[in-house]
Design a protein around this ligand. Structure first.
Ligand SMILES: *Cc1c(COP(=O)(O)O)cnc(C)c1O
Ligand code: SF4
Length: 357
């Protein structure tokens, strides 16, 4: 049996059933046809009304949400939503909720204090040998729990070309920076030429040994991993792709194929998961997720506690509960391999990530 047989092709939502396959599988088409307004959402929902809810109540919920953080959902990711359940884990990651209006006194705008640890704009240097470059503030989808929503989705905060060049110059002048994380937003939001240029400039620095790319495109826009893009990546190996699957439902045939193309091109695929209340904070979901990741050839890497980002309290679990969950995962997978259990990490303001066991 091929491992592809373990995955199911995503059936487009009724609204897009007549769209030709070449368009549906085109990342550009997917980006152009995103749901990013209530008007668009309304027409999509009207094509196939949810069984247990009125369209009006879904729209009202979004209209109640103060617009601090854009919403935008690819037709592909939207098609993974099960509208017969108001708590569908895909839906909760994608559709705004008025709970985002709740801001607690201890929540922060810039929770990990990334913006205070910038030797030059857009480059966070928090650990001795590694730095993270925020290249773009665009994402295929805006995840409702996003840690960087203070700036992500707002193009006016993104780096200008000159600033990216300054950040790269800074890396070139800092010989102990061995490892660079190209992040965002979502670095795959750059076009092919943009990514090629960015990788060329980063790889040209002699002391940069490892380059990582942070993207959620494998989850929200798997069609982005095109043959053309793989042809570019092959020139800059080794490349570590850090992606962000949170739920086994996201592990579709399309996602599998994106991972396979990246692996075939010689990239290593690692996954970060955020533990989110009511989405994946239970033993069976996380076990299933980790099993699916391994089937896709994506290594479970980190499992994060949800940051104290403003307006995310409805997603946040208790650290003590997370630890209990991690114990359960370890308990079971001892039978085969510990590779199934990612490290459990908690980010701290200013102190960096801490592993808790
Ligand atoms: C997470 C992070 C890294 C990479 O850390 P690893 O533990 O090596 O995955 C680098 N820089 C910043 C600012 C980070 O937040
Ligand atoms: S893809 Fe990443 S940066 Fe973009 S909204 Fe989602 S979590 Fe935030």
């Amino acid at each position: 049996m091929s491992s592809a047989d373990l995955f199911t092709k995503t059936k487009p939502h009724k609204f897009w059933r007549a769209v030709p396959e070449v368009d549906w599988a085109s990342w550009k088409w997917q980006l152009q046809n995103r749901i990013d307004s209530v008007a668009k959402l309304r027409s999509v929902l009207e094509s196939d009304p949810p069984p247990n809810e009125s369209i009006e109540s879904i729209i009202q919920e979004i209209e109640k949400t103060e617009s601090k953080f854009n919403f935008s959902i690819t037709p592909y990711y939207f098609s993974l939503i099960d509208f017969s359940s108001p708590v569908c884990p895909i839906r909760r990651q994608a559709l705004p909720s008025s709970e985002e209006n709740i801001e607690l006194s201890y929540e922060l705008r810039d929770f990990p204090k990334e913006d205070q640890m910038m030797p030059v704009p857009g480059l966070t240097h928090r650990y001795p040998d590694r730095a993270m470059l925020y290249t773009t503030h665009h994402c295929a989808m805006y995840c409702r729990f996003c840690t960087r929503k203070r700036k992500v989705s707002n193009p006016s905060t993104a780096l200008q070309q000159q600033q990216i060049q300054n950040a790269i110059d800074h890396i070139a002048k800092t010989p102990h920076l061995r490892e660079i994380v190209l992040s965002g937003g979502d670095v795959f939001s750059f076009g092919d030429d943009g990514l090629d240029k960015l990788l060329k400039r980063t790889r040209a620095i002699e002391h940069v040994e490892i380059v990582r790319l942070g993207t959620r495109n494998l989850v929200t826009l798997p069609f982005r991993a095109t043959v053309e893009l793989m042809g570019i990546f092959e020139n800059y190996l080794p490349l570590y792709i850090h992606t962000h699957f949170n739920h086994p439902k996201e592990c579709s045939l399309e996602a599998f194929e994106a991972c396979r193309r990246l692996r075939d091109a010689g990239c290593v695929v690692n996954n970060h998961t955020v533990i989110l209340k009511g989405i994946n904070d239970d033993e069976s979901t996380l076990k299933e997720l980790n099993r699916r990741l391994l089937q896709m050839g994506a290594q479970p890497y980190y499992m994060y506690h949800c940051d104290l980002t403003f307006g995310s309290s409805h997603f946040r679990t208790m650290i003590a509960d997370d630890i209990e969950l991690v114990h359960k995962l370890h308990g079971d997978t001892k039978w085969d391999t510990d590779a199934n259990v990612p490290h459990y990490m908690v980010d701290t303001p200013g102190g960096g990530k801490i592993e808790l066991v």
